[in-house]
Write a protein that binds this ligand. Sequence first.
Ligand SMILES: N[C@@H](CCC(=O)N[C@@H](CS)C(=O)NCC(=O)O)C(=O)O
Length: 217
Amino acid sequence: MKLYDYWRSSAAYRVRIALNVKGIDYESISIPLIGPGGSPGKQFSEEYLAMNPQGRVPFLDDGKIALGQSQAILEYIEEAYPDTPLLPGSAIARAHVRSFCNLIACDIHPLNNSSVMVYLKKELDVSDEDYVTWYGHWIRRGFRAGETFAKEHSASGEFVFGDSVTLADCFLVPQMYNAHRFNVVVDDFPTLNGIVAACNKLTAFAAAIPEAQPDAS
Ligand SMILES: N[C@@H](CCC(=O)N[C@@H](CS)C(=O)NCC(=O)O)C(=O)O
């Protein structure tokens, strides 16, 4: 199992958490997204693009499939490696978990990922200050809905969906990490903060944090 990874990629962080929760051994292959002196990263190398034309991380290769896109990767892992399920049993509960995941994966993250930041700053001359305002706006808008969702669904337990870890937690924790990285105010999301604290007490989550990765700098 090879994971093309980067310590600060929140999309790769989701996959690291899921692999750890399921106890799947994997080799992390670092694809530095920023080259020396701010030059283009290794995701744009000919060798990497030949394997993953999207030029992004994460990318997973388990010898049976070579696949990009964290959501597709996570769904594949869940189906191919069903021990320690990360999706609940009923169709309704699974749909709720996926809805929470999409809130982060489709509505928050694409507006804030590194390529958007580079484009806003370099091509549209957006200042650092305005970029941080933009970043926080999209996180807070998504988290307002996420807080309401989590309050309703986590009522019986510590995690987004009650008393066991699901894919929803794999998406929430990296997004909260990014919020802290950019000093976004998140104090008014007590349910989300409580869930993140509970997750980070688990070894699977602690081992996935960016600073614990071999390529962290
Ligand atoms: N929708 C993709 C997003 C992947 C993505 O944007 N990854 C970022 C890091 S979090 C990346 O590779 N950025 C480098 C670039 O776009 O040049 C997923 O969920 O895997």
